[in-house]
Design a protein around this ligand. Structure first.
Ligand code: PLP
Length: 402
């Protein structure tokens, strides 16, 4: 069995021991507590609450089923599901750092993650250095005697920059620090950070894993060494758990994760390649494109690609937003990972960038030719004067990545 075929079997095969009267789906255990006949049984169960069903803030069979599937997909020993990606991320970080510790984080990490590390944790005396994560040297030179955590998100979800996962994991090991990686973009189908030495993997389940834009959730996966303390403290004490109903929905979405990812990958690359040839596009940020500066690195740590990517443009934000308004298939919205294509247009406030606009596209499961036609037709509708067109076409920086 190839690695990819194995994923198809894991998500489709019903691996639960208890047959639940032959039910094909794991029932939704709508219960807050689990009761016992004797005190002896009750006490035994409570001794190892990590493993047993005592109270649904700890374990619930519907949630546990999903956790076991996700642990298997990520090659981890244990997974815990949370009420959101941020609940998972903040709990994972808190489980590793204490007062006086230092964290190194890629400067392009998800905004709320950066705020949690760089602003919120300061009130507990935890400092974070943000580095351009694309170079391993930057991580090395940021190390301090009290560095306890390297936080990665590869690729990042706005600029799609990669980090050297194996290199960062080795660095962490050599200085006695831990690593966390946000794997929401690549999914366990295309990247398995735990097999490259990373300590904990986090996901926003809200995105590809649930896949239908109908739930919010998160997960942390790792070894028992890191997961057991996380479960007994940050999981049980903060209480940001996933409900059984959500776990049921996510499990349904998970059944088709590899199928969906295969299509997302193909369609995402097709639309990215189309955009590479457009005069209003300066640069397409998609690590699956052969001319992406980190494409070779991508090939050594990923086996496929997500369908969220961005492009940079010299066309002003207002004009690009007028274009976005005209799109029929692409909806304007913040999230991604569902069946529907999405667009987001923002100013790029990076001072070292020539271009001024950043368009992030999420490619859903629609026909990619319809999506390309939509982008093309809407662009032609947006009034653009001939002199303006010439201005874009004459700029020598255009299509450098095309
Ligand atoms: C959305 C997102 C998160 C946060 O997940 P929520 O479920 O919204 O809390 C974290 N990381 C990445 C890369 C994301 O896109």
């Amino acid at each position: 069995m190839s690695a990819k075929e194995k994923i198809y079997s894991i998500v489709a095969h019903d691996a639960h021991d208890d047959r639940h009267h032959g039910s094909i789906n794991v029932p939704i255990y709508q219960t807050s507590l689990f009761s016992f006949d004797t005190y002896e049984q009750f006490n035994l169960a409570r001794l190892e609450e990590q493993e047993n069903f005592v109270y649904s803030r700890g374990n619930n069979p519907t949630v546990r089923y999903l956790e076991d599937k996700l642990a298997q997909l990520e090659h981890g020993e244990r997974a815990k599901c949370f009420s959101s990606g941020m609940a998972a991320i903040s709990a994972a970080i808190m489980s590793i750092v204490k007062q006086g510790d230092h964290v190194i984080c890629t400067h392009q990490a998800y905004g709320p993650t950066r705020e949690f590390l760089g602003v919120y944790l300061q009130k507990f005396g935890i400092e974070t250095t943000f580095v351009d994560g694309s170079s391993l040297e930057n991580w090395k030179s940021a190390v301090r005697p009290n560095t306890k955590l390297l936080y990665l998100e590869s690729p990042t979800s706005m600029m799609f920059q990669l980090q050297d996962i194996r290199g960062c994991a080795e660095l962490a090991l050599s200085i006695g620090a831990e690593t966390i990686l946000d794997n929401s973009w690549a999914t366990p189908c295309y990247q398995n950070p735990l097999t490259m030495g990373v300590g904990l993997v986090v996901h926003s389940i809200t995105k590809y894993i649930s896949g239908h834009s109908d739930c919010v959730g998160g997960v942390v996966v790792g070894s028992k060494r890191l997961m057991d303390p996380l479960m007994s403290t940050e999981y049980m004490l903060f209480g940001g758990i996933m409900t059984p109903q959500t776990a049921g929905l996510v499990t349904r979405g998970l059944r088709t994760l590899p199928l969906r990812m295969q299509r997302h990958e193909m369609s995402g690359l097709k639309v990215a390649e189309y955009l590479c040839g457009q005069y209003f596009v300066v640069k397409v940020n998609h690590p699956g494109l052969t001319n992406h500066p980190q494409h070779e690195m991508a090939r050594t740590q990923m086996s496929g690609y997500g369908s969220l990517f961005s492009f940079e443009s010299n066309v002003p934000v207002v004009k690009l937003r007028a274009w976005a308004d005209r799109l029929q298939y692409f909806r304007i919205g913040a999230s991604w990972g569902g069946f529907e294509s999405l667009i987001n247009v923002n100013a790029l406030n990076n001072s070292d960038q020539r271009s001024c606009s950043l368009v992030r596209l999420y490619i859903g499961t629609e026909d990619p030719d319809d999506l390309i036609r939509d982008l093309d037709e809407a662009w032609r509708c947006v009034a653009i004067s001939p002199s303006e067109g010439e201005l874009y076409e004459q700029n020598p920086s255009f299509n450098q990545n095309g």
